[in-house]
Design a protein around this ligand. Sequence first.
Ligand SMILES: Cc1cc2nc3c(=O)[nH]c(=O)nc-3n(C[C@H](O)[C@H](O)[C@H](O)COP(=O)(O)OP(=O)(O)OC[C@H]3O[C@@H](n4cnc5c(N)ncnc54)[C@H](O)[C@@H]3O)c2cc1C
Length: 46
Amino acid sequence: MTNRTIIDVIAVGAGFAGIYALYNMLHAGFSARVFEAVDSVGGIWH
Ligand SMILES: Cc1cc2nc3c(=O)[nH]c(=O)nc-3n(C[C@H](O)[C@H](O)[C@H](O)COP(=O)(O)OP(=O)(O)OC[C@H]3O[C@@H](n4cnc5c(N)ncnc54)[C@H](O)[C@@H]3O)c2cc1C
């Protein structure tokens, strides 16, 4: 059996832009996730 999760918004990259998009989408009532290529968040500021 396949276990599926429905997500409204996907942000690609957990830099400032992705984290801010995730924050706004969650506060707007959407289900949202951020996908990050590396093992840390913060992007260029990390
Ligand atoms: C030295 C320096 C000083 C700065 N000072 C300032 C300042 O004073 N004020 C200011 O406003 N701005 C400043 N900036 C600019 C600011 O840091 C950037 O504009 C901003 O952080 C960019 O954020 P971002 O989320 O768009 O990108 P990034 O921070 O680059 O994040 C992108 C993320 O996406 C991930 N990613 C990329 N491709 C994929 C993929 N295919 N799948 C999953 N994840 C992926 C990366 O791993 C990364 O974590 C500075 C930049 C530098 C380098």
